[in-house]
Design a protein around this ligand. Structure first.
Ligand code: APR
Length: 282
């Protein structure tokens, strides 16, 4: 394990523009179950997954009803998230950003733990449970910017966007709902721009997020070299190093999209990588 930690740390130190992609696996050590792991929410409760697939359609058909149900329901599939704290994996990523190594974090997680851990350049690809969003202009709001209980009492749901009067929904992106265009665009630009992608705690089966590593893998660097016959040949080399940290291999491993995988817990491996990066830099 030590060797591969050293390799990952050296790759990070050598990188010019490293980014990280994360999934539910990075939050399991904070006590939030993932979705498709052995203890996953969908693994244990396929009915809940089926219901989740209806969320976006429900909102489109009846935003008022969607809100009434949402305000009457106690918590979502992941339980009460506001009291959950980040773990060593989240803090390690925030520290790599502070050290100038990681340029941004693109997460599928709606639990706001990267933000709580101090990550700044953060794209919440599937939204955040702590935010609301206007479905017309993409404006984001904190929950307390609307008195939702008052709107419920006065039959004034759904909440409306103060600037464009569009309908406001929870920021979390439902199955079938388009990824908000601003986050989708930025994430694609980062995936195309990076020279290292550190992928932590995702099964990499949910699209379009799972496409980001595949986009990055397409990028090559061209180098000209002179052949023995004195001709010039263009050599193409992969422009991006892709590293996975996950409890188990994923389609990115099997399809050789990633260069290598470090198998284990993100909360244990990421802090070791940070220590090794510090050692290399001293
Ligand atoms: N360290 C490393 N890997 C872990 C850990 C851990 N502590 N805990 C779990 N894992 C691995 C699991 O083995 C699994 O391969 O993380 C992966 C989590 O995969 P999923 O549960 O599929 O979660 P994710 O990839 O984030 O799901 C994507 O699906 O349900 C939707 O919108 C939801 O954002 C979510 C999306």
């Amino acid at each position: 394990m030590e060797r591969i930690i050293e390799r990952a740390a050296q790759d990070l130190v050598n990188s010019k523009y490293a980014i990280t992609l994360t999934g539910a696996g990075i939050s399991t050590e904070s006590g939030i179950p993932d979705f498709r792991g052995p203890q996953g929410v969908w693994t244990k409760n396929p009915e809940a997954e089926r219901r989740a697939y209806l969320g976006w359609q429900r909102f489109q058909e009846d935003p008022k009803g969607y809100w009434e149900e949402r305000l009457k329901a106690s918590t979502g599939a992941l339980g009460e998230l506001s009291a959950v704290e980040p773990n060593a994996g989240h803090y390690a990523i925030a520290e790599l950003e502070k050290m100038g190594i990681i340029k941004c974090c693109i997460t599928q997680n709606v639990d706001a733990l990267h933000e709580k851990a101090g990550s700044k350049n953060l794209y919440e690809y599937h939204g955040s449970f702590a935010k609301l969003r206007c479905v017309s202009c993409n404006a984001r709001f904190r929950r307390d910017e609307f008195d939702l209980e008052k709107l419920l009492r006065e039959g004034q749901l759904p909440p409306r966007c103060p600037s464009c009067q569009g309908v406001v929904k929870g920021d979390t992106v439902g199955f079938g709902e388009p990824i908000p265009s601003d986050v989708a665009q930025h994430s694609l630009e980062e995936a195309w721009r990076c020279d290292l992608m550190l992928i932590c705690g995702t099964s990499a089966v949910v699209y379009p997020f799972a496409n980001l590593p595949r986009v990055a893998r397409q990028r090559t660097i061209e180098a000209e070299r002179k052949t023995e016959a004195g001709l010039y040949a263009v050599q193409r080399a992969p422009a991006v190093t892709i590293i996975e940290i996950n409890a188990e291999p994923t389609p990115l491993t099997h399809d050789m999209i990633s260069d290598y995988i470090i198998t284990g817990k993100t909360g244990e491996i990421l802090p070791q990588i940070v220590e090794e990066v510090k050692r290399i830099r001293t």
